[in-house]
Write a protein that binds this ligand. Structure first.
Ligand code: KIV
Ligand code: ZN
Length: 500
């Protein structure tokens, strides 16, 4: 029988630290319940002392989830640990994740301390947490750049103090796989009481090595992996859950496996991508749009002769159905709701009505509405009564004179019209919009993605608009990419004007 590897998901803590990707409590509960269905062992639900919102999310996730342990992050500080224990009070299985920086960079510059004092603080925090809960994980922040001998002393001390899991983060994503693997091996061989705890990997992707490092850790004795869905996380992100799970499925010879239900991977990926407004890159391993698309003639020929010539994973094993239902203008609300549910999107009646109307508009323009179209429609803000609404937009563009846009907006129900020219059709449309909405706002990020392949396809637009020192996210989806862009811009503006 394969050795068991525990999956610790930190999408809702480390993953959620990405600027512009914050989730509200309801969305976090949705993600946590989907993670439970996916089969993760531990859900890191937040850092309770950091904000009332994080505290509340840990409380609500603890109530909403049954099987996985719920974990709360702390520093090696009593008030953090007290807050974590309180936030976890409703969890059926609870874990406190406390820790401190152990590299000389952290000891000297962050704590202005010394190695002995750091061990004392680590031991004190672990003991304090163990008085409140039975399951305590200790992280040695920046372990990737911590000298192995000293790291082994810290690990031994916290295990003696009661830590059940010890996390070895490569916080800066610096390690090479053989270096990180050797670090875990060193700890397995030099920490006297290592059999009393589980070693955990926690790798960041700054140099694109997070998954390789995680696997090196597992091959050398780590039995817990800290991961996020789609590899989301600050900077270049964390190790992607789906990659580790599928590596172990593909390489059965390793003899280690997780309890991940791989058929839920795609819907989980889409749920997180939609809620966090974080598009998944098309060539992302396992969950990217092109991950299973063979386009070169040689590959297609091989795949048609025998699928195994070029395919190491059966797409069905990660939840991609070839015969996914194609919805048309004749499909009803129930079919739409059913398909959305299969894609990981839950719609209440009001949202369903709005998405259904948009679906019918699209189905009139396109013969077949596919899964990705539906997800784009679902990503559009469906709440009615926004302060600013697009009434109409007309743009002339092409080779020749500068593009010109005429726009009409409803602002608080009142109609305003404006015209402007620009470097391109989107530029003209946004300048026209700014002739009506006079605010100091700048576009920070702008991505347009075709959803499928045809020229009748929808375009998805993600935008980040800076206003008053804050970033606001906007999303639009339309068969006309200029309209989608303006809708995304208006979506972002509504987030600050609606508040006032
Ligand atoms: O990357 C890191 O070191 C962390 C710890 C706080 C666990 O996220
Ligand atoms: Zn981290």
């Amino acid at each position: 029988m394969a050795d068991r590897l525990y999956v610790f998901d930190t999408t809702l803590r480390d993953g959620e630290q990405v600027p512009g990707c914050q989730l509200n409590t309801v969305e976090k509960i949705q993600v946590a319940q989907a993670l439970e269905e996916l089969g993760v062992d531990v859900i890191e639900a937040g850092f309770p002392v950091s904000s009332p919102g994080d505290f509340r999310s840990v409380v609500e996730i603890s109530k909403a989830v049954t099987w996985p342990a719920i974990c709360a992050l702390t520093r090696s500080v009593q008030k953090d640990i007290d807050a974590a224990a309180e936030a976890l009070q409703y969890a059926k299985r609870k874990r406190i994740h406390t820790g401190i920086g152990t590299s000389d960079y952290h000891i000297k510059y962050k704590f202005n301390s010394n190695r002995e004092e750091i061990i004392e603080r680590a031991v004190a925090a672990t003991k304090y947490a163990r008085n409140l809960v039975d399951d305590v994980e200790f992280y040695c922040e920046d372990a990737g750049r911590t000298e192995n001998e000293y790291l082994a002393r810290v690990v031994e001390a916290v295990i003696a103090a009661g830590a059940t899991v010890v996390n070895i983060p490569d916080t800066t994503g610096y390690c090479l796989p053989q270096e990180y693997g050797a670090k875990i091996k060193y700890l397995m061989e030099h920490v006297q009481n290592i059999d009393k705890a589980i070693l955990s990997t926690h790798c960041h992707n700054d140099l694109g090595m997070a998954t390789a490092n995680t696997m090196a850790g597992v091959l050398n004795g780590a039995r817990q992996v800290e991961v996020t869905i789609n590899g989301v996380g600050e900077r270049a992100g964390n190790t992607a859950l789906e990659e580790v799970a599928m590596i172990l499925r593909c390489h059965k010879g390793i003899g280690i496996d997780t309890q991940i239900n791989s058929r839920k991977i795609i819907s989980m990926s889409r749920l997180v991508s939609n809620l966090m407004n974080m598009p998944v890159q098309a060539n992302k391993a396992i969950v990217g749009r092109n991950a299973f698309a063979h386009s070169s003639g040689i590959h297609q020929d091989g795949v048609l002769k025998n699928i195994q010539t070029y395919e190491i994973i059966n797409p069905k094993d990660v939840g991609i159905e070839d015969n996914s239902i194609v919805l048309t203008a004749r499909s009803g609300r129930a079919a739409l709701k059913h398909r959305m549910h299969a894609l990981g999107v839950e719609l209440d009646e009001e949202q369903l009505n709005v998405v259904y109307q948009r679906f019918l508009d699209l189905a009139d323009k396109k013969k077949e509405v596919k899964d990705d179209d539906l997800l784009a429609l679902a990503g559009v803000d469906t709440s009615a009564n926004h302060h600013i609404q697009l009434d109409y937009l007309q743009v002339t563009s092409g080779k020749g004179p500068r593009p010109v846009a005429c726009i009409s907006l409803l602002v608080g129900g009142e109609r305003f019209e404006a015209t402007a020219s620009g470097n391109g059709p989107v530029d003209a449309a946004i300048k026209a919009l700014k002739n009506i909405i006079h605010r100091e706002m700048t576009l920070q990020e702008f991505t347009i993605q075709a959803i499928n392949k045809g020229s009748d396809d929808m375009g998805k637009v993600h935008m980040q608009v800076m206003y008053d020192g804050n970033i606001y996210y906007g999303f639009g989806a339309n068969t006309d990419i200029v309209v989608a862009s303006v809708e995304a811009y208006i979506d972002a503006i509504n987030k600050f004007v609606d508040k006032k």
